[in-house]
Design a protein around this ligand. Structure first.
Ligand code: F6P
Length: 341
């Protein structure tokens, strides 16, 4: 059996750990051969490959990023894309694919499976918003990076009696904001799932200032105020047509400064959250997902995704994983709200 491996979408600490696990287990237990496809779906689309053997995956476990490269190429938007992938796979003698990615990449994997391609998915995103898995690797690393940054911002904010607004990633879901904010004792956490009331935010900030502590506000990049509150810049798109987020942190800091008369600063953590070495939790999760993904290929469980439920790695339909996003439930947010102000 020849198996193709690809990583698509935004990169994420732990991708290399999955690749290593898939290749090591596949060679050792099943005698498989592997083909690395470069840059997500662009690889199989253009037949752009790299060697993927024990030598190629040596030493990559702790390395961030992905040795295969990544892209947001969406096959389904390319005329004849699916046929080209099938032809290239046949030409290379690739019988099955392991697609490691988030909602978009796995959505394509699902459609390919519906059109006869043998594919198994592995969930990846620092945002932790994929359904049918309790955690995605990369999330724990991102939360730890954000937590450490917030810890550091506490001390400088206190020295200058300032409010500090920390913008973290999370386009549609506030998991990183919720966990990093809870872990680092933020005074307000704002998430996309729950439009915020700016008057309430200002009340929390003022109450925090009264107790001599400098308030820390953690805001997910996709968070937004209630209808009619605050003027926000409309999302611009970049030259690839992706909506550019970012900016809510800066806007909030300006609003807080205006309304409280106290100094406020904003920090955008951005891609720092996606870079560098994965935590032990993410390395173990990524490794377990990789091992189980190649088992799924061996069992011909195509159209499935490996996921973590409780402490077990399970197989779920790609459809279940990609139909809806896993957002922060109200009761989880309520646990964080106890510490606001
Ligand atoms: O999907 C993960 C994510 O980190 C989002 O939280 C963020 O909005 C997006 O990627 C940004 O990715 P890029 O700048 O690479 O397009």
């Amino acid at each position: 059996m020849r198996v193709g491996v690809l990583t698509g979408g935004g990169d994420c600490p732990g991708l290399n750990a999955v690749i290593r696990a898939v290749v090591r287990k596949g060679i050792k237990d099943y005698g498989y051969e592997f083909v690395g496809f470069r840059d997500g779906w662009r690889g199989p689309l253009e037949g752009d490959t790299m060697a993927l053997d024990v030598e190629a995956v040596r030493g990559i476990l702790p390395r961030g990023g992905t040795i295969l490269g990544s892209s947001r190429t969406n096959l389904m938007k390319i005329e004849g894309g699916v046929e080209r992938v099938k032809d290239n796979m046949a030409g290379l003698g690739v019988d099955a694919l392991v697609a490691i990615g988030g909602e978009d990449t796995l959505g394509v994997a699902r459609q390919l499976h519906d059109r006869g391609v043998n594919v198994v998915g592995v969930p990846k995103t620092i945002d932790n918003d994929l359904n049918a898995t309790d955690y995605t690797f990369g999330f724990d690393t991102a939360v730890n990076i954000a937590m450490e940054a917030i810890d550091r911002l506490h001390t400088t904010a206190e020295s200058h009696h300032r409010a500090l607004v920390v913008e973290v990633m999370g386009r549609h879901a506030g998991w990183i904001a919720l966990h990093s904010g809870m872990a680092a004792g933020a005074n307000v956490i704002l998430i996309p799932e729950r439009p915020f009331d700016i008057d309430e935010v200002v009340r929390h900030v003022e109450s925090r200032f009264r107790t001599q502590y400098a308030p820390i506000i953690v805001v997910a990049e996709g968070a937004h105020p209630k209808e009619g509150q605050m003027q926000l810049a409309t999302g611009e798109t970049d030259s690839f047509g992706h909506v550019r987020l970012g900016g809510i942190g800066q806007r909030l800091a300006e609003e807080i400064e205006q309304r409280t008369g106290k100094e406020a600063r904003s920090v955008v953590l951005g891609h720092v959250q996606r870079g560098g070495t994965p935590t032990a939790f993410d390395r173990v999760l990524a490794t377990r997902l990789g091992v189980n993904a190649i088992d799924a290929v061996h069992e011909k469980a195509f159209g499935k995704m490996v996921g973590l439920q409780g402490t077990d790695i399970v197989l779920v339909d790609l459809a279940e994983a990609t139909d809806t996003l896993k957002t922060v439930p109200a009761e989880r947010y309520a646990e964080a709200e106890v510490f606001f102000g």
